[in-house]
Ligand binder design. Structure first.
Ligand code: SAM
Length: 327
């Protein structure tokens, strides 16, 4: 088996693919609540181009892909892409990150196409606050989407909550309780301020503080049963069916275990979410690049991976928004 390694001996086997920079929400922590005009759809890689990249990347050692955006379920016929990726030798898992608005109608079809798991972003259980954070009234669609995904067997469905002080931090315990009452799998994410978000969107709440605040519900036990492919550390309350994960890019970064590359919807391969470096694959693909040269471009992106990000010191990406990168 081929293994792709970076300059710091990390094995790179995971590719996050943004299929669109369009989104049907306008989340405070993602865009600052400012409406960002998306690129024309023709800028996006076609499904055939994405599959080609994944096929060549799989030949180098990529085994897992996650589709994201923008909002990936806005891309028409996403199941067709999932079916195509599922046929690529070496790809063992296809996952999705979504805001859940359109999941209710699509969960079953996505599962049938070969999707294995789904993460849903949800930052509040209160309709008014949902509107304040996302600019949308469709909280009930998201809750319905989560249920539909569970029913379809896309388990474990993980709920991602970005915690902002003074906005939704008073719901930290409510979300934790859901791991006991409803078997939800919750992941608390530290807010990353970069680009336009450096202005006053809200203050990050650290994983450590969240851990302290949910202890009111009982003792947290480390949980090793659910590995996942990402940076979260997992726990659960005794007897709870659901788990609690912490993703702490600001206070306890996890770069030493980074295993990923990111493909933007307009075909640029990024070594890191938080670094402006990228390698342009789209121009090469549209010029008819051969397999060996495409492999070389992918290796170049891997070689650009830095040892760690420096967001805590204020150094982050300046050229693209989160939506433009693919979260
Ligand atoms: N539309 C999809 C969704 O909502 O899940 C996929 C894209 S979204 C950008 C991917 C993830 O990025 C979500 O879990 C979201 O909560 C997270 N995210 C966006 N901006 C963030 C920020 N500034 N800090 C931390 N997480 C952020």
């Amino acid at each position: 088996m081929t293994v792709l390694c970076d300059s710091w001996q990390r094995v790179i086997n995971y590719l996050r693919i943004s299929v669109t920079d369009h989104c049907n929400l306008n989340c405070l922590y993602c865009t600052g609540g400012v409406s960002i005009p998306p690129a024309p759809r023709s800028y996006a890689l076609t499904y055939e181009e994405i599959s080609r990249v994944v096929e060549v990347a799989a030949g180098l050692g990529i085994t897992t892909v996650r589709l994201t955006g923008g909002e990936p379920l806005l891309r028409p016929d996403l199941s067709r892409l999932i079916g195509m990726l599922g046929h690529i030798d070496g790809i063992k898992e296809i996952a999705l990150t979504t805001n859940g608005i359109l999941l209710g109608a699509l969960a079953e079809e996505l599962k049938t196409a070969g999707l294995k798991r789904v993460n849903v972003s949800l930052d509040t259980l209160q309709p008014e606050k949902f509107e304040k954070i996302t600019g949308s009234k469709r909280l009930s669609d998201v809750i319905g989407g989560i249920e539909a995904a569970r029913q379809a067997g896309l388990n474990p469905v993980k709920i991602n909550m970005v915690v902002l002080r003074g906005i939704n931090d008073n719901e930290i315990v409510d979300f934790a309780r859901k791991t006991i009452s409803d078997g939800w799998h919750i992941r608390y994410i530290e807010f990353m301020p970069f680009g336009a978000l450096k202005s006053e969107v809200g203050e990050m709440v650290s994983a450590e503080e969240i851990r302290e605040r949910i202890k009111i519900l009982g003792n947290l036990e480390p949980y090793t049963g659910e590995g996942g492919n990402g940076p979260a550390r997992y726990y659960r309350f005794a007897g709870a069916k659901g788990t609690i994960g912490f993703i702490s890019p600001m206070t306890e970064h996890f770069c030493h275990s980074c295993n990923r590359l990111r493909l933007t919807s307009d075909g640029h391969l990024r070594p890191c979410l938080l670094d402006d470096d990228e390698v342009d694959l789209k121009t090469a693909l549209r010029a008819g690049v051969g397999t060996e040269d495409l492999k070389e471009l992918i290796r170049r992106a891997v070689s650009l991976k830095q040892e760690q990000h420096h967001l805590a010191e204020g150094v982050g990406p300046s050229k693209r928004s989160m939506r433009g990168i693919g979260g």
